[in-house]
Design a binder for this molecule. Structure first.
Ligand code: BGC
Length: 541
């Protein structure tokens, strides 16, 4: 397999997210490593994906499992070395798979030398590299801003007798993007990895980079306007309208500097994670408008809540058209932060197939999360096995993110599913072991084959990869729309329900495609009679 040399390869790409701690352990320490990813690349390539996104593997005290970086330009020893990373990239490319890495620029670890220096005094050269502020007269924090992981977003530091800002853990201080030296240092990190041959970046919490310089407090939100898309319902973070702690206009200038650097290296891409319950799609539109900011924004629309019904899917598409008309979304149903969608949406195997087909027909790029191709449910992790500080803080109302981070399952013969010879850092779910890769490869009816077929279907049609969409509507439980690119127009209808449904066939001359995905043909009455969870896919003649 060779790499697609088109510089626009990211448009409509299928990106496979790997959480490195949990993919494959090769040294028996119970934690996955870069060597393990390299070993599994033939499998990844066999799915037909365009790229992998690897969650952080940089040097880190692992308080937030790598999202707290203490050296942006090295590999944490538990994951391997820079040479292991080089081999991974070389092997991926030889298999026709591009490599995207996860840059956590908004904050560092408190162990990063920049922060160690910054907190030492009020007048050292890095004194202004993080967000420091004096207390109010009464000693309380300068604003009402909250940390997503619980409590105030301000932590007192006795050395400087000041507070510093942290949107996540207290051990994840926020870098001060108002300081151009900070921006320069972070862009040097970006260049370091571009020079090493990465194909792109997932930018963690891209809308948190810049805070309000005037340190204004956020307004509160009335109860009926609270939205738990970004944080669980029991988190008071949802009680505020985040006007000032993130989403600041100065961020655009930084993104333009970032993009100018990326464009020095042809064919590179970036997807920004936008976490905002109130204005996520507007920010997506703003950050992906034109061709001088980021290429894609990662959307939260389908990462929370109950199973979206046909009307909801049509509404999301209409909202994207409305709020981000020039934008390019990147869709995901599951990731390392949310309950796996098989469980969150309570999907039967047939329903999982329907949602996979839908995903591969959506306008935008898509991310699938390791194990999603096996239909893994959320694993049950007992309180005593919890690792995630977020879950420990909000237990038992919110159990944190360990249930979607348990190890990938490869074989049935090994009690750890082939993940490790040692003791896994999170227990392997016994329910998962029965759904492992080896078992599904042998079963022609298994979900993994449907993922391969749906991905191949997307790749076979430029209309699906890069085309426009039109007429996104729902008729009862069926969502339907057309995608077109040049001479190719496809009609897509998917019944998002366990009951049969009937809709009118599209007008004009069409022929049925996607039989391998269970596509229905029009009946003698000219209508489309869709079985439960059945799609109808047709190509315009
Ligand atoms: C990542 C999380 C992480 C947080 C702080 C996110 O949105 O996906 O896993 O805890 O950023 O870096």
């Amino acid at each position: 397999m060779t790499l697609d040399m088109n510089n626009d390869w990211w448009r409509g790409a299928v990106i496979y997210q790997i959480y490195p701690r949990s993919y494959q352990d090769t040294n028996g320490d119970g934690i996955g490593d870069l060597g393990g990813i390299t070993q599994r690349l033939p499998y990844v390539a066999s799915l037909g994906v365009d790229a992998i996104w690897i969650s952080p593997f940089f040097t880190s005290p692992m308080k937030d499992f790598g999202y707290d970086v203490s050296d942006y330009c090295d590999v944490d020893p538990m994951f391997g070395t820079l040479s292991d990373f080089d081999l991974l990239v070389e092997t991926a490319h030889a298999h026709g798979v591009r490599v995207m890495i996860d840059l956590v620029l908004s904050h560092s670890s408190d162990q990063h030398p920049w922060f160690v220096e910054s907190r030492a005094s009020r007048d050292n050269p890095k004194a202004d590299w993080y967000v420091w502020a004096d207390p109010k007269l009464d000693g309380t924090p300068p604003t009402n801003w909250l940390s997503i992981f619980g409590g105030s977003a301000w932590q007192w530091d006795a050395r400087r007798e000041q507070y510093y800002l942290h949107n996540f853990l207290t051990s994840q201080p926020d870098l001060n993007f108002h300081n151009p030296d900070v921006q320069d240092a972070l862009l040097d990190v970006v260049r370091f990895w571009l020079e090493r041959g990465v194909d792109g970046f997932r930018l963690d919490t891209i809308n948190f980079y810049v805070h309000d310089k005037e340190l204004r407090s956020n307004p509160g939100l009335p109860v009926d306007q609270r939205d738990d898309r970004i944080a669980p319902r029991v988190n008071p973070y949802n009680h505020q309208d985040h006007l000032y702690d993130k989403n600041q206009p100065e961020n655009i200038a930084f993104l333009e500097r970032f993009r100018a650097l990326l464009d020095e290296y042809p064919g590179k891409t970036a997807v920004g994670e936008v976490g905002d319950a109130q204005r996520g799609l507007e920010i997506m539109g703003e950050y992906t408008a034109g061709d001088n900011r980021v290429h894609m924004c990662y959307s939260f629309e389908m990462l929370s809540g109950k199973q979206p019904e046909a009307d909801k899917v049509a509404q999301i598409m209409a909202d994207v058209d409305d709020k981000a008309p020039e934008g390019w979304a990147c869709w995901a149903y599951s990731n390392h932060d949310v309950v796996r969608h098989a469980t969150r949406w309570d999907l039967t195997p047939a329903a999982q197939r329907a949602f996979t087909t839908l995903m591969m027909c959506l306008r935008g790029s898509v991310c699938i999360y390791q194990g999603e191709e096996l239909g893994l449910p959320e694993a049950d992790v007992a309180f005593e096995d919890l690792q995630d500080p977020y879950g420990i803080e909000f237990w038992p109302e919110f159990k944190g993110r360990d249930g979607c981070r348990t190890p990938m399952v490869w074989e049935k013969s090994n009690q750890n599913g082939g993940f490790t010879e040692g003791t896994p850092w999170l227990p392997v779910s016994s329910e998962h072991v029965n759904m492992c890769v080896a078992v599904q490869e042998e079963d022609p009816g298994a979900l993994i084959h449907h993922y391969r077929r749906a991905i191949a279907f997307r790749h076979a049609h430029s209309a699906l990869r890069q085309g426009d969409h039109d007429g996104v509507k729902h008729t009862g439980t069926v969502v339907h729309f057309q995608r077109s690119d040049g001479d190719e127009t496809l009609f897509i209808a998917i019944n998002l329900s366990g009951e049969p449904a009937v809709i009118d066939a599209p007008e004009g001359d069409w022929h049925q495609v996607g039989q391998e995905l269970g596509s229905a043909a029009p009946g003698p009455d000219g209508k489309l009679h869709l079985g439960p969870w059945q799609p109808a896919l047709a190509l315009k003649k």
